[in-house]
Design a protein around this ligand. Structure first.
Ligand SMILES: CCCCC/C=C\C/C=C\C/C=C\C/C=C\CCCC(=O)SCCNC(=O)CCNC(=O)[C@H](O)C(C)(C)COP(=O)(O)O
Ligand SMILES: Nc1ncnc2c1ncn2[C@@H]1O[C@H](COP(=O)(O)O)[C@@H](OP(=O)(O)O)[C@H]1O
Length: 297
């Protein structure tokens, strides 16, 4: 019998992201509630109207909008998305610790243990690569992050702070001043307005990366558990097969209490993926222009 391997999720599943952005943008056009938010932004200069969601965000119109999810200070934005990589890390580590696909245990043969350690290392490498990409895109790239740099090269700037900088000393060393002007977070913290360029959505970027990474890993780990459990149901024949195959090994040899942790780690991961998808959908409805959303997915 051929050795079963963990099935890789189909790349077609990634279409969920453009579909979500498309659906969110359509919703933002046809929903009366979303229209009401846009109407308030029509009090902006006429030329600004087509870009309403983005400008509404820039001008802090979304601090008190009709829909709860259109508020920047909504609880899910503050405690979930804004520290989204922390949630991603916790969920990922729980998979590595509790899923039998990665968990080495003393009741396994040496070959089985080696296979699991190798799998866990490969999974960690995927996480490390994704973390590096997230970090360079949204946090730091030898100075301002790539998203901030792309905003600047497309003509954006920290408007009010630039004006103030022209008139008075901002304080601090020249390098702090440069940071103040050239990173979105520092610009907003200094009371400036990050306007004018192509503002790739950090939310969309991080949520797509995090949910794709976690879902990919959870599908593999979940399928491994399910396969192993069905093997266990098969009884002796499976036992014989396992004994001769270092790759096929599952909860058959698992400690009894690890089943609960296995279930809850998958629940945590799917919870993070589900909420991440929902927040992506909310960003698509309430924030950014079309191009800004699509350019980072
Ligand atoms: C050459 C460069 C090397 C870079 C090295 C980077 C990674 C090392 C490789 C492997 C990592 C291995 C271990 C890492 C250990 C711990 C990582 C833990 C990561 C965290 O938990 S960071 C703390 C939590 N912070 C966040 O989650 C922030 C998430 N938020 C954002 O990114 C932004 O707020 C945003 C993009 C969602 C939105 O941006 P704004 O609109 O608010 O500007
Ligand atoms: N789903 C969401 N819920 C609440 N606020 C969101 C959001 N998506 C984006 N935002 C806010 O819109 C602004 C642009 O975010 P981004 O460029 O990452 O998409 C950010 O504002 P602040 O920077 O003032 O917090 C961010 O917090």
């Amino acid at each position: 019998m051929a050795t079963p391997t963990r099935p890789a999720p189909s790349p077609a599943a990634l279409l969920i992201y453009p579909a979500t952005l498309l659906l969110g943008s359509l919703f933002s056009v046809i929903s009366p509630v979303a229209r009401a938010t846009r109407d308030s932004s029509l009090r902006l200069p006429k030329s600004a109207a087509p870009l309403a969601p983005s400008l509404a965000a820039d001008l802090h119109l979304s601090e008190n909008p009709v829909n709860y999810f259109a508020r920047k200070n909504n609880i899910f934005n503050i405690y979930f998305v804004k520290i989204g990589w922390l949630w991603t890390t916790v969920a990922f580590v729980s998979l590595l610790l509790f899923q039998p696909a990665y968990r080495a245990s003393s009741s396994l043969s040496q070959a089985q243990q080696q296979t699991r350690v190798r799998r866990a290392l490969q999974a960690f490498l995927r996480y490390a690569i994704a973390t590096t990409i997230w970090y360079l895109m949204t946090q730091w790239f030898f100075g301002p992050a790539i998203i901030d740099r792309s905003f600047l090269v497309t003509g954006g700037k920290c408007e009010e702070v630039m004006e103030r900088a022209g008139k008075m000393d901002l304080g601090g060393s020249p390098s702090t001043q440069v940071e103040t002007l050239f990173s979105a977070a520092a610009c907003k913290a200094a009371g400036g307005a990050w306007r004018g360029g192509h503002d790739i959505s950090g939310h969309v970027f991080m949520l797509v990366l995090a949910t794709a990474l976690l879902a990919h890993e959870a599908v593999g780990a979940g399928a491994f558990s399910a396969f192993s459990a069905s093997n266990r149901a098969d009884g002796d024949s499976a036992r014989e097969r396992k004994a001769s195959d270092p790759v096929v090994s599952g909860p058959m040899n698992e400690e009894p209490d690890s089943g609960l942790a296995r279930k809850w780690s998958l629940r945590l991961v799917w919870g993070v993926v589900g909420l991440g998808w929902w927040m992506l959908f909310m960003t698509a409805i309430w924030f950014h222009t079309w191009l800004e959303k699509v350019s980072c997915s």
